[in-house]
Design a protein around this ligand. Structure first.
Ligand SMILES: [Ca+2]
Length: 545
């Protein structure tokens, strides 16, 4: 597996403002003690050390998960979870955090120390910070003693250990997402354009960002869809707000690539071994200027700044949209309209090659399950987590119960195959009504399933983009505690400022008027020190390779 991994920044105001008050070492008596008891042949209260059920008398765990807007039922209703409960004798009180505010919910849980037993997955690179507050259990002995399938998975993908290991104390406080490279998509967003409209107007498929701009102007000025009304065309629509704080495949970052800027949620790129904040780079300013001009010319749908992902997808299907951004073209446009659209990969304003952001290959710190110190039965929790690292449940939680869409493979070495999606549904509609309740593929080993149609298309897209991927991708930063303490409040402030500033620059067209002032403001927000800490972590990680 690749070592380089971008980390998802999930830091928040609440944590900054409210220190966890009574999270102390006194609570964290879990993992090590229990583990050594078992290692010495001791028993664990109310738990079978192997086999089923896991809990001798019915046990209960509270488990927090992230529920995406597409999930149209409670996690408790997913069939494989009902089966899991029967098999393990462990009842789950599901705490369903909505994807739109999962960061705030998680931060609040830690800030107030109202913690679920298990967070599946933790989904925050704050793992070492929370651990230092005594809020997460060390998993080392729990995994070694009670989670043989987790251990095998980690050993099969040993890079995971470097992501999981706290640089301060050597402990593991969260498992990381484990995905074989066959499933890793290195490039996320794509840009789509309506080819039918281009044909109607006698235009060629744009090759540069300047061509793209000119085509959007034609879409705006003329009756591109040919329905006799020259005013019902929306040239370009996307979703901005889901680009922050989470990385979003429907975000706008792709528009910076032709300018040589690999914009991403860290707003950083590496140039000759040195990290630079994109908001200080002249080429970034050029890209923002162009977007501001597009907005001024009425080419960008103003709703792009308020749409969430689902709203954008609905708009793409229902409205007359010339161009949009997404992960998979059918997600945006649906089966009926998709054939009208083609994927663009734009060169720079003067035809120069773009530089593409490169996604992580492995999950970063905190990307997998974690057990909090509120959990009174960490051994049961770990045995329960271990179930997700067995091939069947690993696959079922992503693709639904075996025998439905997920079927046994007749094509070794594939373990499972994927059958047809039920009539009248697309894959996502099926998945979100039946499975993928955790919204995380946290164990996907080699040949578990074939890539989905969308993923196969994205892999092909990776190949096409290979020459343009940055040669210096951002690593998945692992910080020491001292570094984390220092950058945490700065990061919240800087990232919020960056996303607000960028939206303003586009909508108001003020990037040139405000550039110097914003640079000063970034300095006041300690950007130089912030970059220095990142650089130190970067250098440490590069030298450890
Ligand atoms: Ca029209």
């Amino acid at each position: 597996m690749k070592k380089c991994t971008m980390f998802f920044v999930v830091l928040g105001l609440i944590v900054c403002l409210t220190a966890p008050v009574f999270a102390g070492g006194s609570q964290s008596s879990g993992g090590a003690a229990a583990g050594s008891a078992a290692a010495a042949g001791g028993k664990v209260a109310n738990m079978n050390l192997s086999g089923y059920p896991i809990a001798i008398q019915p046990a209960t765990l509270s488990v927090a998960v992230t529920k995406r807007p597409q999930h149209n039922r409670s996690v408790a209703d997913y069939a494989y979870f009902i089966e899991l409960e029967k098999k393990t004798n462990v009842k789950i009180n599901w705490i369903e955090w909505e994807a739109s505010d999962v960061d705030q919910k998680r931060q609040l849980a830690f800030a107030t120390n109202q913690l679920p037993d298990v967070i599946l997955p933790l989904g925050s690179n704050m793992v070492n910070y929370y651990a230092s507050q005594g809020q997460l259990r060390s998993l080392n002995d729990l995994i070694k003693n009670y989670a043989p399938d987790v251990m095998s998975a980690l050993q099969a993908y040993p890079d995971s250990f470097s992501m999981m290991t706290n640089p301060d104390d050597g402990n593991w406080y969260s498992i990381v997402q484990i995905r074989d490279p066959m499933y890793v998509i290195l490039s996320d967003p794509d840009l789509y354009i309506n080819k039918k409209w281009l044909n109607n107007l006698g235009l060629k498929v744009p090759e540069t960002i300047t061509d793209f701009y000119n085509v959007l102007k034609e879409f705006k000025a003329k009756d591109a869809n040919g329905n006799g009304n020259p005013n019902d065309e929306i040239p370009f629509s996307f979703t901005y707000q889901e680009g922050s704080p989470q990385y979003s495949y429907t975000g706008l970052y792709i528009m910076f690539f032709p300018f040589g800027i690999t914009e991403n949620n860290n707003h950083m790129m590496v140039v000759n071994g040195k990290l630079q904040h994109t908001f200080t780079m002249p080429k970034f300013r050029d890209a923002v200027r162009m977007l501001g001009n597009m907005y001024k010319d009425g080419l960008i749908d103003p709703e792009s700044f308020t749409y969430n992902r689902q709203q954008l997808f609905a708009a793409c299907k229902a409205k007359e949209i010339g161009s949009s951004i997404g992960y998979a073209i059918t997600n945006n446009f649906g089966p009926d309209k998709t054939p009208d659209y083609v994927t663009l990969y734009l060169k720079g304003p003067n035809g120069e090659n773009p530089v593409d952001h490169k996604n992580p290959a492995a999950g970063g710190p905190g990307s997998g399950p974690a057990i909090s110190t509120a959990c009174k039965t960490p051994e049961i929790a770990m045995r329960w987590i271990n179930e997700f690292y067995k091939p069947q449940l690993a696959a079922e939680q992503m693709y639904g119960n075996l025998g439905m869409y997920l079927i046994p493979s007749v094509k070794p070495p594939l373990v499972y195959d994927l059958g047809p999606v039920p009539a009248g549904m697309n894959l996502d509609e099926y998945r979100f009504s039946t499975c993928d309740a955790l919204g995380a593929e946290f164990y996907k080993p080699l040949n578990l399933v074939p890539p989905t149609e969308n993923d196969a298309l994205k892999k092909a897209s990776d190949v096409a983009k290979d020459a343009f991927f940055t040669k210096e991708p951002l690593p998945n930063f692992v910080f020491t505690q001292a570094e984390m303490d220092e950058i945490q409040p700065m990061k919240t402030e800087l990232d919020t400022f960056a996303m607000n500033t960028l939206a303003n620059w586009i909508v108001k067209g003020t990037v040139d008027a405000e550039w110097d002032q914003v640079q000063q403001q970034l300095n006041k927000m300690n950007l130089p020190r912030y970059m220095e800490i990142y650089q130190k972590a970067y250098d440490r990680m590069m030298s450890a390779k």
